[in-house]
Design a protein around this ligand. Structure first.
Ligand code: BG6
Length: 467
């Protein structure tokens, strides 16, 4: 497999899923602190002890040990997010919280100590709760100003430590998980499509603004968007199914189109027209979108789905968004269908559509792991299933590179076990490193290298030759 020499191998996490310390050192409460069941249950009024994210895997206190383990695997890049409410506890505060800023200074310094480049998500499903309660999240135009203040602060502070930035995690997911993704308190069933697309517009404008400000503060900064990719295949070759799949792909690709081309596409104007969707935009916002497009496109990839015009077909589970099941694919224990070739397909499709460098910033298998004796006096997990999953996907990344697609790097999701986003469980493990913590809150928080740890170390050391 011919991976580029400077390929950025690494792993990814998000602050809210690993840091814990939910109310320490001036951090404000964010929406994750009141979502003990992820998107599978109702939010609570206050943080409750059964919420696994309040402690997470205690990365806030143990990051040095964890970064050292990432370095041992040979990581070139580590993707994490900044928890907005560590910097601006309520989101609309006038001044940032110095202790929160200091934490990320220390974390990025620790990464650089080992030659690991941080890749930072500015907003990863962790809107300050106050912005959700007082403003109904991104439905409000005011959020653009609060986000601007936040990004100015972090770009200025970390300009010498962070080269790679992502503006919003899976920006398209706001359509499906409005609270988690957009801090919107109104339940999805009660939200109008106009409000939802207004929230999208505000996020897209904020993303363009971040790209502008980031480049002004540091002309060398590489700023990307991040989308939840979910290649959608027609369930059958029937032309009606092909068109249904095309339309589903368009609705998903709209977000990348806006970030790369900077204009509302014709298919979207038609969709707005035919669905009675009206949104407010200003000439200044439209000019900003057009002018400040991204340097690269990053995306998560877990599943492909099928689409059909046959409305009697039901949808299965998926990465936040489910789809009609593909009869040719196996699925994970959580019902997510596994399709390594879909990754090659989506890399080709995105590059053909946008001609921008691509970065796979999430891919991985959530599975139940068993900690066993390693025969040398320690403990490990024999996760051959995870190795097979990642190996198969990376082989397809290699194929896409052979196809001529410029791929900047690959960060596996949850390089260390963490709390799941959709179900808020720790039982759904993604890591190369096992964390001794369980959904009943028990566990020592000790870290153990899984078999996949050694496998990934070899992949990185050989720059993909061992695949
Ligand atoms: C993506 C998110 O949707 O998928 C991550 O960006 C999330 O935050 C990941 O953890 C895997 O999903 P889950 O629900 O298994 O944690």
């Amino acid at each position: 497999m011919a991976f580029p020499k400077d390929f950025l191998w690494g792993g990814a996490v998000a602050a809210n899923q690993c840091e814990g310390a939910y109310n320490e050192d001036g951090k404000g409460i964010d929406i994750q602190d009141i979502m003990p069941r992820g998107i599978k249950g109702a939010p609570t009024a206050e943080p409750t002890a059964d919420n696994m994210k309040l402690v997470g895997i205690d990365f806030y206190h143990r990051y040095k040990e964890d970064v050292k383990l990432f370095a041992e695997m040979g990581f070139k890049v580590f993707r994490t997010s900044i928890a907005w409410s560590r910097i601006y506890p309520h989101g609309d505060d006038a001044e940032p919280n110095e202790k929160g800023l200091q934490f990320y200074d220390d974390l990025f310094d620790e990464c650089h100590k080992y030659g690991i480049e941080p890749l930072v998500t500015i907003s990863h499903y962790e809107t300050p709760l106050h912005l959700a309660k007082e403003y109904n999240g991104w439905i409000s135009h005011d959020l653009i100003g609060f986000y601007e203040r936040y990004v100015r602060t972090i770009f200025a502070r970390y300009k010498d430590k962070v080269k790679y930035w992502l503006t919003f995690n899976e920006i398209n997911s706001v359509l499906h998980a409005p609270l988690m993704s957009g801090g919107i308190m109104t339940p999805l069933a009660e939200l109008s499509k106009s409000d939802l697309y207004q929230a999208c517009h505000h996020e897209l404008v904020a993303s363009a603004l971040a790209t502008k400000i980031g480049h002004e503060i540091d002309p060398q900064a590489q700023i990307g968007c991040m989308v939840l990719s979910m290649p959608t295949y027609p369930l059958t070759p029937k032309p009606d199914d092909v068109i249904a799949a095309m339309q589903a792909n368009n609705l998903n690709d709209f977000f990348g189109d806006m970030h790369v081309r900077g204009v509302y596409p014709g298919y979207m104007k038609r969709y707005f027209r035919e669905n009675g969707i009206t949104i407010k935009t200003t000439p200044e916002e439209l000019a900003l979108l057009k002018e400040h497009t991204v340097d690269f496109v990053s995306f998560s990839y877990y599943v492909s789905i099928c689409e059909t015009a046959d409305k009697s077909k039901t949808k299965g589970e998926g990465n936040l968004i489910g789809g009609v099941k593909n009869p040719y694919l196996q699925e994970s224990e959580w019902g997510w269908q596994i399709d390594p070739q879909g990754l090659r397909f989506v890399l080709n499709r995105f590059y053909n559509r946008w001609q921008k460098p691509l970065f796979i910033v999430e891919n991985g298998l959530g599975a139940k792991d068993e900690l066993v004796d390693d025969g040398k006096g320690g403990k490990t997990v024999n996760d051959d299933y995870r190795i097979a999953y990642l190996n198969d996907h990376l082989v397809q990344v290699g194929e896409a590179i052979e196809d001529g697609v410029p791929v900047m790097g690959y960060t596996t999701w949850g390089c260390i076990d963490l709390v799941s986003a959709s179900t808020a469980q720790l039982a759904k493990r993604y890591g190369f490193i096992y964390v001794d913590r369980h959904d009943d809150g028990s566990g020592t928080l000790a870290r153990y290298r899984k078999k996949s740890f050694w496998w990934y170390k070899d992949v990185i050391a050989s720059n993909g030759e061992s695949l």
